[in-house]
Design a protein around this ligand. Structure first.
Ligand SMILES: Nc1ncnc2c1ncn2[C@@H]1O[C@H](COP(=O)(O)OP(=O)(O)OP(=O)(O)O)[C@@H](O)[C@H]1O
Length: 581
């Protein structure tokens, strides 16, 4: 377990070693009062008198031991926590790095709740390992073990008696771990499902409110919460009897020593002071073992959480090269592209060429695979087969940074971070000057609504950009893309939220940012489709035709059908609008 975490400790490993040393000093100091106690009682059992000075010295020893213990324990905790929290920080940063390099498919399959749980709860649990279980566990096992050896030196029979509760305690702990482990998978799975469902429920709150509480999401929420309760109780029920057993037996090492030892003293086979010494030792050993066992009881949970963490860490990363862009131009080639979400193949060998400086539109029925094809150009996923090249260079040879510099992707629902709108636009080009950001906002037609906001461009976007309307969010994300000014632009229904007036303005802005760029656009609007340099008709994951509008109208019945349907839909919309007026 420690081995798996150790690589993330870096230079803080030495703090853990210091913590162990401090904790050992602390435990030795903690056991000393029992020896002083023995030294005070032992002469009395032999009828010897003791001086006040002798007594005071032992009392002072007890006080000093307590002070040393407190100091060493606190110092040990400081060292162990420095090491633990720095390791947690390193773990979280590495995990973030790994996630960034994974395909969206991997991330989606895990679910937001599960990922959040690993980032927070699961990694937090490692604090228990590094800050407590290792330093305190080692100290609480090794020092009592040394005292046990001393007991054997004093009287092996009493030492053997004291071993009985220890062995029973270890057996009970082992059983608790075994029984607990068999229920733990179900418990953790239910916790992960509950996390995912809670996040889904909160994200879908609007729907829940509109459709009352009869919706599937609300019912599922109730079910997963109940499941979590049931699996937790099952787990605890399996553990409780064994927990009770070791908790009651372990601290009572004197359980057998006292009656049997007293009998041996009465029968003359054991000196009274030896019994007192071993009794004092047993008081020092029991609580320490108990503490060590408590940490050991958490090991199955820790193992599980580390395994969850590893599952995320070990997910295969996207195929990513380290090359900079060195293509001859910004032509894009999709060559026999096949792609599947899980087992289901969505794209069945799509080949398509986008020429530098031209606009290519993807059209096709909903679910035909247009967005998926666009996302592959930004390398959200790895292909199952085929190649995507920019200027002749395979995108998997490029570093993600190099690819990001080449391609801007504007989807229908672009995520806004809960920071200022200015910062949200700045993501497009972090080194941009303020004037550039303002200009990009202006070109994306944001001026008018920014003027209305109390703090203008410095207004907070809200959680996921919820402070803004859909159209406003979209314009901010367009400003981001304008600022980025990448030579290849992917627009996924980028103007779906626009009202007619703004749509016109925005089209002008889009024309400007797409000028001289290689553009791949997924748009249902007739104007975009009609004016595109090339239109690719996607049907059930295959490109069945790619040409100009007029040519396709003549030669591709599928396109004609699509076009006619779009025309009649827009005519219907206009008529509907007239009626409404
Ligand atoms: N993340 C995903 N996981 C699994 N299946 C997905 C995922 N995203 C899309 N799909 C499936 O892939 C198919 C193609 O989806 P895609 O979004 O590419 O279609 P589209 O042509 O862009 O549709 P639309 O025009 O409605 O946006 C659909 O059947 C969809 O259900």
């Amino acid at each position: 377990m420690f081995k798996k975490v150790a690589p993330y400790m870096g230079k803080y490993k030495k703090y853990t070693i210091r913590a162990v040393i401090m904790m050992c000093i602390g435990i030795v100091a903690k056991t000393m009062p029992y020896f002083f106690l023995y030294q005070m009682i032992s002469p009395l059992t032999k009828g010897q008198s003791i001086s006040l000075g002798y007594l005071m010295l032992r009392v002072l020893g007890v006080l000093l031991s307590e002070i040393i213990y407190s100091f060493a324990y606190v110092k040990g905790l400081i060292f162990s926590h420095i090491s633990a929290y720095n390791t947690l920080k390193n773990l979280r940063i590495s995990l973030q790095g790994k996630l960034e390099k994974q395909s969206l498919g991997n991330i989606e399959s895990l679910g937001t709740g599960r990922i959040k749980k690993v980032f927070t709860e699961d990694i937090d649990m490692i604090e228990l390992l590094l800050a407590h279980a290792i330093p305190e566990g080692i100290a609480n096992i090794s020092i009592p073990f040394a005292i046990l050896v001393l007991m054997f030196v004093v009287d092996y029979r009493l030492a053997l008696l004291s071993l009985v509760p220890i062995l029973v305690g270890i057996f009970a702990m082992g059983m608790m771990m075994k029984q607990g482990s068999s229920k733990m998978d179900a418990y953790y799975e239910s916790a992960a499902v509950m996390n995912n469902t809670i996040i889904e429920y909160v994200n879908g709150m609007e729907v829940v409110k509109v459709f009352n509480k009869d919706g599937d999401s609300y019912k599922r929420f109730g079910e997963v919460v109940k499941n979590y309760r049931d699996f937790t109780l099952l787990w605890y029920k399996a553990c409780w009897p064994w927990m009770a057993m070791y908790s009651s037996v372990l601290p009572c090492l004197a359980l057998l020593i006292l009656p049997v030892g007293s009998f041996w003293v009465i029968s003359g086979s054991l000196a009274l002071d030896k019994l007192i010494l071993v009794l004092c030792m047993s008081f020092a050993v029991g609580p320490s073992f108990m503490k060590a066992m408590h940490f050991a009881g958490n090991f199955p949970q820790l193992n599980y959480k580390i395994a969850e963490l590893e599952k995320l860490m070990d997910k295969p990363a996207l195929q990513e090269g380290s090359a900079k862009f060195s293509g001859e131009n910004r032509d894009v080639q999709f060559e026999n592209v096949r792609f599947a979400y899980g087992e289901k193949e969505i794209l069945h060998g799509v080949s398509l060429e986008l020429t530098q400086g031209t606009t290519t539109a993807l059209v096709g029925e909903s679910g035909s695979g247009k967005s998926t094809l666009a996302k592959l150009l930004v390398h959200y996923y790895d292909l199952s087969e085929g190649k995507i090249r920019i200027g002749g260079q395979d995108i998997t040879d490029l570093s993600l940074e190099a690819l990001n510099n080449e391609v801007s992707y504007v989807s229908q629902e672009q995520f806004l971070f809960n920071t200022t709108l200015y910062e949200n636009i700045l993501i497009g080009k972090p080194e941009a000057k303020r004037e550039e950001v303002l200009e990009a906002a202006s070109r994306a037609q944001c001026d008018e609504f920014l003027r209305r906001l109390p703090e203008g461009i410095e207004t907070m976007a809200g959680d996921g950009g919820k402070q803004l309307s859909g159209g406003e969010r979209q314009r901010i994300s367009l400003a981001r893309a304008i600022l980025k000014d990448a030579p290849i632009v992917v627009l996924d229904e980028a103007t779906a939220f626009m009202d007619p007036e703004n749509e016109e303005k925005l089209n002008a802005a889009l024309d400007e940012i797409t000028k001289n760029k290689t553009v791949l656009v997924i748009a249902h609007r007739l104007s975009t489709v009609k004016n595109a340099d090339k239109i690719c008709v996607i049907k059930e994951g295959s490109c069945i035709a790619a040409d100009k509008h007029e040519k396709l109208l003549e030669e591709c019945p599928e396109y004609k059908k699509f076009w006619d349907a779009s025309v009649s839909a827009s005519t219907w919309k206009i008529k509907g609008g007239e009626k409404a007026c």
